[in-house]
Design a protein around this ligand. Structure first.
Ligand code: FPP
Length: 256
């Protein structure tokens, strides 16, 4: 296989992934949908490892959306079990690799045993500095914005915030994980081109990469494809090309 090289000075700091297509992957093989989710867990393992090797700073995985609560009960239970299982099986490796675990979403809705496991992982890994792995669980972008607005209104009522001084930076400080940088790259598998209520505030200037691969087929090489595609783009943030300079040529590269 031809050697591929990633530009080390333009590795996306934050990659977010909508892991879509588990159900269709399973159905195409005459399997139960839940078997697709279990197969998707292998991709999660591979991609977390790969992200760490590549030097990505933050990896956010959309594990369960607010809307997913309306799926059949058996599927919801299985998805919770999967999260449980991932933490049980992978936490040692996560710790060895210096990865910090964080969550994003309304965790109060998830079963107490799963919640406890997730919270323990967050607490145990709190001092890790090599990479941040964020599980978006029971997460919806609109709910996040509404929750932020609620907290903000309470602060305004308490006289801690002057509505006239509210700006984007102040608002963003009320989101679930305000210290994280916005995603540079959003990957969506499963041959769909939708944002599906994911990180609505944070993806204002995120580069979006979609692929027709179903999530259980996604591996390191596909993450590299997405990063190389990202590195070929010019991010202008509303400015002109001349203002931002190309930034696309040159730079140090590393084989992957
Ligand atoms: C979308 O596929 C995927 C999900 C709703 C869940 C994602 C969960 C995993 C990949 C399992 C492991 C996760 C963690 C973080 C431990 P879909 O069911 O909507 O697929 P479809 O569109 O083909 O029906």
């Amino acid at each position: 296989m031809q050697e591929r090289r990633i530009r080390t000075d333009r590795v996306p700091r934050h990659v977010a992934i909508i892991m879509d297509g588990n159900g269709r992957w399973a159905e195409a093989r005459g399997l139960e949908r839940n078997e697709g989710h279990w197969a998707g867990l292998e991709s999660v393992r591979a991609v977390v490892r790969a992200a760490h090797e590549i030097g990505i700073g933050v990896l956010t995985l959309f594990a369960f959306s607010s809307e997913n609560w309306s799926r059949p009960k058996g599927e919801v239970q299985e998805l919770m079990r999967l999260l449980d299982h991932y933490i049980e099986e992978e936490l040692d490796e996560v710790m060895r690799n210096g990865i910090r675990v964080l969550t994003l979403g309304r965790l109060d809705r998830i079963p107490p045993n799963t919640r406890k496991k997730v919270e323990d992982a967050v607490a145990r890994s709190a001092e890790n500095r090599e990479m941040i792995l964020v599980f978006a669980v029971s997460y919806g972008g609109r709910s996040e914005i509404v929750d932020a607005a609620r907290k903000l209104m309470r602060d305004a009522e308490a006289g801690k915030l002057d509505p006239e001084r509210l700006d984007e930076k102040t608002f963003a400080a009320y989101l679930y994980q305000p210290e994280l940088p916005d995603p540079d790259l959003l990957i969506r598998t499963g041959d769909e081109s939708r944002v599906s209520n994911f990180l609505l505030w944070q993806i204002a200037y995120t580069e979006i990469y979609t692929t027709d691969l179903m999530w259980p087929d996604f591996r390191k090489g596909h993450l590299v494809d997405a990063i190389l595609d990202y590195q070929s783009r010019e991010r202008r943030f509303g400015l002109t090309s001349a203002q931002v300079g190309s930034g696309r040529g040159g730079g140090r590269t590393e084989p992957v």
